[in-house]
Design a protein around this ligand. Structure first.
Ligand code: SF4
Ligand code: SF4
Length: 384
């Protein structure tokens, strides 16, 4: 590690090992970058004041970790791959952006688990298996103590997994994930704003610019920024996937009383359930096929976490469909068994992916847009 002083008398800490640290998170060929800037020109989301990816690659190569941590741009990238297609030296800048987001996720996470999950297969697979066994253990315990009963005649999911217990589990899970995510968000705020000595943000700007956060949240739902990328199909796919997530999350967490039923009646929640299952299943299958065939630019390189996420998503939707079919056909024991298997897949996926993995970008991306806006305003105020 070395410290250098710039002309503006601000000290910069140089960490020579930083570049290889980022590469461990998946930026394979970025060392081929000769800083021509073609990727920044090609990027449809790079704008004046928040240019990327060339600048960020430069910081990484120079070992300027604090600089990279203070920039919200990695989260402004939607991973369309246009920059990688345009790069004359196949340095894969899109992959670099993805690897940087994994690295940042691990830095925001104070528990250190995210880093372990990204860099160690033993930790990632071991934790998924341990959580799945914990869920199995809870059902065994509930059955032994009589909290859960298995009716032999007709399927009764409400006896097997009483809604009040599912509500309590939802609250514990949601509360834990919220605490982890909010504390990570505060660390993101620290790195991007508090620790960036080049700009001081007046308190009132956080309130006057809050609109940027809500607009960013809305664009997360519509995924509108994808439409600026060359491959419009990715926008449609991502929109379909996000709408599937939001639908199933709302059904399971908010509307469990009307979603988890024992009879065969059909209502709007059944249709919404079919919609979200189709979205998760089809997009997971299509993405796995594309990654296997390396069809799209952004699917040429796959980190283990990419595969794991898609496989878990596919299995969650797949077991959810069988659960529904077995219940409709009144297959009692197969229904209970697949119910437990379904939760043994969906539960660990949520616990690992939401605060420590890929899904955390749903929190970080709107925050990054908000932080970028308040920083830009603060700089304008300082300049005038
Ligand atoms: S990543 Fe490629 S396009 Fe971008 S600056 Fe480096 S060499 Fe140029
Ligand atoms: S992947 Fe797309 S959005 Fe991300 S830096 Fe490259 S061109 Fe820009």
């Amino acid at each position: 590690m070395a410290t250098i002083h710039t002309s503006s008398k601000k000290a910069l800490t140089v960490k020579p090992e930083f570049f290889s640290t980022i590469k461990k998170f998946g930026a394979f060929d970025v060392s081929a970058c000769f800083s021509c800037g073609q990727c920044t020109v090609a990027c449809p989301l790079s704008v004046s004041g928040n240019e990327f990816p060339r600048k960020l690659i430069r910081y990484a190569k120079l070992g300027l970790e604090d600089k990279l941590l203070s920039h919200p741009e990695p989260w402004l990238c939607y991973y369309c791959g246009d920059c990688s297609t345009s790069c004359p030296s196949q340095a894969e800048p899109g992959e670099f952006m993805m690897a940087t987001r994994r690295y940042l996720t691990s830095r925001y996470d104070w528990t250190g688990l995210s880093k372990r999950f990204y860099l160690s297969h033993k930790w990632e697979f071991g934790s998924l298996i341990a959580l799945a066994l914990l869920i199995l253990g809870i059902f065994v315990f509930a059955n032994i103590t009589g909290i859960s009963t298995m009716e032999g005649e007709n399927v009764s999911i409400d006896s097997f997994a009483p809604k009040e217990w599912i509500h309590i589990a939802d609250l514990i899970l949601g509360g834990t994930l919220a605490i982890l995510l909010l504390s990570n968000a505060f660390r993101m705020f620290y790195y991007i704003i508090l620790n960036d000595k080049s700009v001081k943000v007046p308190l009132k700007l956080y309130f006057t610019e809050i609109r940027a956060y809500f607009i960013a949240g809305l664009s997360l739902v519509t995924q509108f920024k994808w439409s600026k990328c060359d491959n419009k199909f990715r926008w449609i796919k991502h929109l379909f996937l996000v709408s599937g997530y939001i639908t199933i999350f709302s059904l399971v967490v908010v509307f469990i009383d009307i979603f988890q039923v024992d009879d065969t009646r059909w209502d709007i929640t059944s249709l919404l359930g079919y919609y979200s299952s189709a979205a998760l299943l089809l997009i997971a299958l299509e993405s796995m096929w594309s990654r296997y065939k390396k069809k799209e630019q952004v699917h040429k390189f796959s980190h283990t976490s990419d595969w794991l996420f898609l496989i878990l998503l596919f299995l969650t939707a797949f077991t959810g469909i069988f659960l529904h079919l077995f219940r409709l056909m009144n297959f009692t024991y197969p229904t209970y068994i697949i119910y437990v298997i379904h939760l043994m897949i969906a539960g660990p996926m949520l616990i690992i992916e939401v605060p420590f993995g890929k899904w955390s970008h749903m929190l970080y991306r709107p925050l990054a847009i908000y932080f970028a806006t308040v920083k830009a305003k603060a700089r304008m105020l300082t300049a005038t």
